[in-house]
Design a protein around this ligand. Structure first.
Ligand code: PEP
Length: 253
């Protein structure tokens, strides 16, 4: 049975003051008792602060991207080793904003996944098609190509991480894939993984794209949806907790 995960991607949002307020609203041991793994991907500036408190709260920590090299003249970049040094145990790779805005190719994404492995970080590999690709009928081919690029590089080692299926047209738009549509793609992804190995087929496959308390339960009821990668709603502690609770009550056993 794949691990169930609810993860928050804060993107380029958050200050020390915001973090203090966010943590203050996570009262008691609600996360420790969540029944799923809870991850946060804050901006890198907040990693050291969060890593001091996250383990006690039962939160796993990740960075949003890493540079392929471990050090060097790459102004503005952060190495996987540096993220690990300040407490990250996960990294996102291949988020659609990295692919679209920063021009990361499948090969670039694979290099970042290799860097994560080198530093001992678990990889949350984001895949997903654009609206134009879906309308052309290419959604499955695009997602398979994105998966294969990293599977070729990492093979079974990818199994320590997770996959986040995030249709680009659903990210930050308020549009969500219907549970049936998401389930169909998750099953396809599971099939691609299973053709490589049973270990890979056990990876958690998260759905991402405008997940909110109102739609989380229906998504989590689908058999191949093992959790969510949440953007906007993860900045609101009440909404994030409600999504975690939806996983507890409606996630697959
Ligand atoms: C994301 O950025 O990974 C994401 C899914 O964002 P949102 O939930 O805001 O659509």
């Amino acid at each position: 049975m794949p691990q169930r995960i609810v993860a928050g991607n804060w993107k380029m949002h958050g200050s020390r003051q915001f973090l203090a307020g966010f943590l203050a609203s996570l009262t008691g041991d609600v996360l420790a008792k969540a029944g799923c793994e809870v991850l946060l991907f804050p901006p890198a500036t907040l990693l050291p602060l969060l890593s001091a408190q996250a383990p006690d709260l039962g939160i796993g920590l990740g960075i949003q991207t890493v540079h392929p090299e471990s050090q060097g003249a790459f102004t503005g970049e952060i190495a996987a080793e540096m993220a690990a040094d300040v407490g990250a145990t996960w990294t996102l790779v291949g988020h659609s904003e990295r692919r679209q805005i920063f021009g990361e190719s499948d090969a670039d994404v694979a290099l970042r996944a290799l860097a994560a492995r080198r530093a001992g970080l678990r990889t949350m590999l984001c895949v997903g098609e654009s609206l134009a690709e879906r309308q052309r009928g290419d959604a499955e081919a695009v997602v398979t190509r994105q998966l294969d690029a990293v599977l070729e590089a990492l093979g079974d080692d990818l199994a320590t991480g997770g996959i986040a299926y995030e249709p680009v047209w659903a990210i930050g738009t308020g549009e969500t894939a219907s549970p049936e549509m998401a389930q169909a793609m998750h099953a396809m992804i599971r099939g691609v993984l299973r053709r490589r190995s049973e270990r890979l087929a056990e990876m958690p496959i998260l759905y991402g794209g405008s997940v909110k308390p109102a739609n989380a339960a229906a998504l989590f009821a689908e058999v191949d949806i093992d959790g969510a990668l949440v953007g906007g709603a993860s900045l609101d502690p009440a909404a994030f907790l409600a999504i975690i609770r939806a996983m507890e009550t409606h996630g697959n056993p």
